[in-house]
Design a protein around this ligand. Structure first.
Ligand SMILES: *[C@@H]1O[C@H](CO)[C@@H](O)[C@H](O)[C@H]1NC(C)=O
Length: 287
């Protein structure tokens, strides 16, 4: 019901059998749910605030963050990445608990490339303060030609990273792995220069003669339990993202996931024996 309400950020609370179901609807504009966190002058609102343009030049990159934090749910955005020679640029879209000691974090990082070479998408997961779970896939389309949807689903059963309708990563809560359960996370995005590590260990340098670099965002969608917010929201099994169909990949999704891993995965920490002589338990948890 709430997901039909696209035009305003509204809390809809239904009291059904004394259980409250509270869902945050899709915001109409950037400023309803987000704030600029780094370099106001490099973020421009376009299309009446329904889309934004991020700018990277030699003076600065930029960043924005959600005004609120969320515990479980799904966030998605449509992003159009820097076209042409984007080597050395990194566009990130992530969730972060902002707690230094025991950080939880779910990362999408888009690593630019030379003209005609594929973008790399790196994902990482920090749970209870430990990260070092990098995976990388090369995209099977040009993400700078058009907007594509990037989303993170996070419920009690698993975390799934999607590129459009393709699951590219699954982190299962098998009960024997650290899993983010208690700390709410904010939603963040940044555009910056990282040619010291992002281009295969700094092999390629950013070409500033091509600056400024632009990426575009629209259709910001956060559906989750805001914290602070209704106390029982996060544990409510009636939240749509906790429903049966979201507890594991469907057969169709599992096929897509296998296709991505087989044809587009270029790095997986799970199989990196030099870093992990003993396979980490989450790598054996299946999907
Ligand atoms: C860039 O393209 C090269 C050649 O296709 C590829 O090996 C590399 O993984 C791509 N990504 C980055 C970030 O360099």
């Amino acid at each position: 019901m709430a997901i039909h309400l696209r035009n305003a950020t509204v809390f809809l609370c239904f009291y059904i059998l004394a259980l409250s179901v509270c869902v945050l609807g899709r915001p109409a504009t950037f400023l309803e749910d987000f704030k600029v966190t780094w370099s106001e002058s490099h973020i421009r609102q376009i299309d009446g605030g329904r889309a934004i343009q991020l700018v990277l030049d030699q003076n600065s990159g930029c960043g924005f963050a959600s005004k609120r934090q969320y515990l479980f749910g799904r966030v998605s955005m449509k992003i159009k990445l820097i076209p042409g020679d984007s080597a050395g640029t990194v566009t990130a879209f992530y969730m972060n608990s902002n707690t230094d000691a025991v950080r939880d974090e779910l990362d999408f990082e888009f690593l630019g490339n030379r003209t005609g070479q594929p973008y790399t998408v790196q994902t990482n997961i920090y749970a209870h303060g430990k990260g070092d779970r990098e995976q990388r896939v090369n995209l099977w389309f040009d993400p700078a030609a058009d907007f594509h949807t990037y989303s993170i689903l996070w419920n009690h059963h698993h975390i799934v990273f999607y590129v459009d309708d393709m699951p590219i990563r699954v982190y299962k809560n098998s009960g024997r792995v650290p899993f983010p359960m208690n700390q709410p996370m904010g939603v963040y995005s940044t555009l910056w220069e990282a040619d010291d590590w992002a281009t295969r260990g700094g092999l390629e340098k950013i070409d500033w003669s091509k600056a400024p670099f632009y990426s575009y965002y629209r259709d910001f969608d956060i559906e989750g339990c805001p914290v602070p917010g209704p106390a029982n929201c996060a544990s409510n099994p009636r939240n749509w993202w906790e429903a049966n169909t979201y507890q594991a990949l469907s057969a169709m999704e599992a096929r897509k996931y296998r296709w991505v891993r087989l044809n587009h995965m270029i790095y997986d920490y799970c199989t990196d024996k030099s870093r992990y002589p003993v396979t980490p338990p989450e790598c054996l948890a299946g999907i």
